[in-house]
Design a protein around this ligand. Structure first.
Ligand code: ADP
Ligand code: MG
Length: 239
């Protein structure tokens, strides 16, 4: 236990430092992006155009990483806005449909509840859902189904499930989940889950994974529900 605490303290300090640096990188990066875009729109040789396209891609890549670090930096803020996760999930799945289709993945959503409100920051919850759904899609190189479910849990909680039929994880792989920079993907950054975990923590919730190698994965997010969730029917959710 002691070892764990020391590790998480270390992580907090490193995280804060990284986030501070990320913040400082943002402004010069915006300038670089702006001028690169201006050059793109200026007549030049095809060779130069190719270089500029690569530069813009790389700038975007730095942008993504710094944005992830920024989320980690945000201290425990008080979130006071009421947010309905049902329309939000619909919005996010619509957004990710193209990527899913490109990977032969069918993205389904199931709502045994009509409405599920939480105290939440919309952009953060969206980011968290995008990260987890992307992982689900990426776990199925040969395609399959991803199902996102929102329902009521025990004692005033709202439960979200993201279920895939992908490669799954062994017990030792499960243990490494959420460690910064842990990735098994060629182009992975290993930051998506760190950020998602932090966002869920900011919302006083919990993130758990159930998975078996070769049998797919279920990510389970529980969040404190705001008021009563409205049931659509009494269908059981996940077998
Ligand atoms: P990245 O996606 O960049 O690799 P993440 O933090 O999102 O970083 O995920 C870390 C690792 O956790 C992934 O590389 C993968 O090995 C594992 N993982 C996460 N979600 C799933 C999933 N749904 N199915 C199988 N493995 C997963
Ligand atoms: Mg990811």
């Amino acid at each position: 236990v002691e070892q764990k605490i020391r590790e998480s303290e270390k992580l907090a300090v490193v995280g804060e430092l990284a986030a501070g640096v990320a913040h400082e990188i943002r402004n010069p990066l915006t300038t670089l992006k702006g001028f690169t875009q201006t050059l793109m729109n200026t007549p030049s040789s095809p060779e130069i155009k190719t270089y500029l396209t690569i530069m813009l891609d790389e700038i975007e890549s730095i942008n993504l990483i710094t944005n992830e670090f920024m989320v980690l930096a945000k201290p425990h803020m008080t979130i006071t806005t009421s947010l309905d996760v049902v329309p939000l999930i619909k919005q996010v799945t619509k957004l990710l449909n193209t990527q899913a289709n490109l990977n032969n993945v069918i993205l389904n959503s199931e709502f045994p509840i009509e409405s599920g409100k939480i105290l939440g920051e919309e952009n953060q919850i969206k980011k968290m859902l995008v990260n987890l759904i992307k992982n689900a899609i990426e776990s199925m190189p040969d395609g399959g189904n991803v199902t996102v479910t929102a329902t009521t849990g025990e004692q005033g909680t709202l439960l979200l499930y993201i279920k895939d039929e992908g490669v799954g994880m062994s017990a030792s792989e499960l243990q490494q989940l959420g460690h910064p920079f842990y990735t098994t993907k060629e182009n992975g950054k290993g930051l998506g889950l760190v950020v998602s975990k932090k966002i869920i923590e900011n919302h006083h919730g919990n993130l758990r994974f159930k998975s078996k190698r070769g049998q797919g994965t279920i990510a389970e997010i529980s969040l404190p529900a705001l008021g009563e969730t409205i049931k659509a029917d009494d269908t059981p959710l996940i077998s």
